[in-house]
Design a binder for this molecule. Structure first.
Ligand code: NAD
Length: 266
């Protein structure tokens, strides 16, 4: 029974990879949109799956964060609890496969909802990654924009019992992520809209496609004539809008896709 199940899974992975490869070979401008499901194979939990530590440590809305020192301390405590949960996490096979596809010129742009820096760690050049929700591996002053390292923020919280303040101007320091209620980063949104609008193939990977405006990007691409594909375990908010959907673990499929595309067989 085990052998039978694993055969079935391997067959499904292979079928999805082959089908994706056909689409990719036809494409001239291939853009990828990634979500939290891209990183679950690295041990970084997604937001909505049952038992997610995000549910016990929900993100602090922006207006509450800026309103009080108590809220900021609590927000930093939750962030470090979540960070400790996946301390030392490394990119998975999906990240490595995608990095290979970008570096081989197959994927033009990776638009990500993720804040974990895993695409860059896997080798995607920073200028090929558009981070729509920021980056949680460092912090910035909300007043002057100066970058602060998390080690400094943690020391302030744990040794001084204070939410960190900017070393340059004394402003509020916040993880460099986009919180609920915080404005989307304009330059990144513009670049993402442009990339989606110019794509002739867009693949959403590991995203529930419920969080807007990110989830609107495949629709922009599709309205401009692109083929829209979904590679996600479970349902998404845009299943009915996709041309084709692969309900399966992303990492092994991407690894096989990269393998197929590395062979010069048409
Ligand atoms: P989500 O949690 O809403 O959805 C993730 C989707 O991925 C789910 O449908 C899930 O079933 C699927 N999934 C999980 N593991 C998978 C796998 N191995 N292969 C294929 N699919 C898999 O995530 P979202 O739509 O990206 O939105 C959540 C928000 O929370 C994002 O805006 C993001 O900023 C933030 N977030 C980021 C991270 C991260 O940076 N790694 C982690 C959690 C949440």
């Amino acid at each position: 029974m085990d052998a039978f199940s694993s055969m079935t899974r391997a067959d499904e992975i292979e079928a999805a990879a082959r089908s994706l490869a056909l689409h990719v070979r036809r494409a001239k401008a291939f853009v990828v949109l990634t979500g939290a499901g891209m990183s679950t194979e690295c041990g970084i939990p997604d937001f909505r799956s049952p038992g997610s530590p995000w549910l016990a440590n929900p993100p602090m809305p922006f207006d509450r964060f800026v309103a009080s020192e108590d809220a900021r301390r609590e927000a930093w405590r939750r962030k470090f609890t979540l960070d400790d949960h996946h301390k030392g996490a490394l990119p998975g096979e999906g990240h490595h496969a995608l990095a290979r596809l970008v570096n081989d010129g197959v994927v033009d742009t990776v638009i990500t909802q993720n804040i974990d820096n895993m695409h860059q760690t896997a080798g995607v050049p920073a200028d090929k990654v558009i981070e729509l929700h920021g980056n949680g591996t460092y912090a910035r002053c909300l007043e002057c924009g100066r970058r602060h390292e998390l080690s400094f923020c943690r020391r302030m919280l744990e040794e001084e019992n204070c939410a960190p303040r900017c070393e340059a101007c004394g402003g509020i320091v916040k993880a460099a992520t986009i919180s609920f209620g915080q404005a989307m980063p304009q330059a990144e949104m513009q670049r993402a809209m442009l990339a989606a609008g110019n794509a002739d193939l867009i693949l959403a990977i590991g995203s529930s496609l419920l969080v807007y405006p990110a989830a609107g990007l495949p629709l922009v691409a599709r309205e401009n004539g692109a083929v829209f594909l979904i590679l996600n375990r479970g349902e998404t908010g845009l299943d009915d809008d996709a041309h084709e959907r692969f309900d399966i673990e992303a990492g092994p499929v991407l690894a096989r896709l990269a393998w197929h595309l590395s062979r010069r067989v048409n």
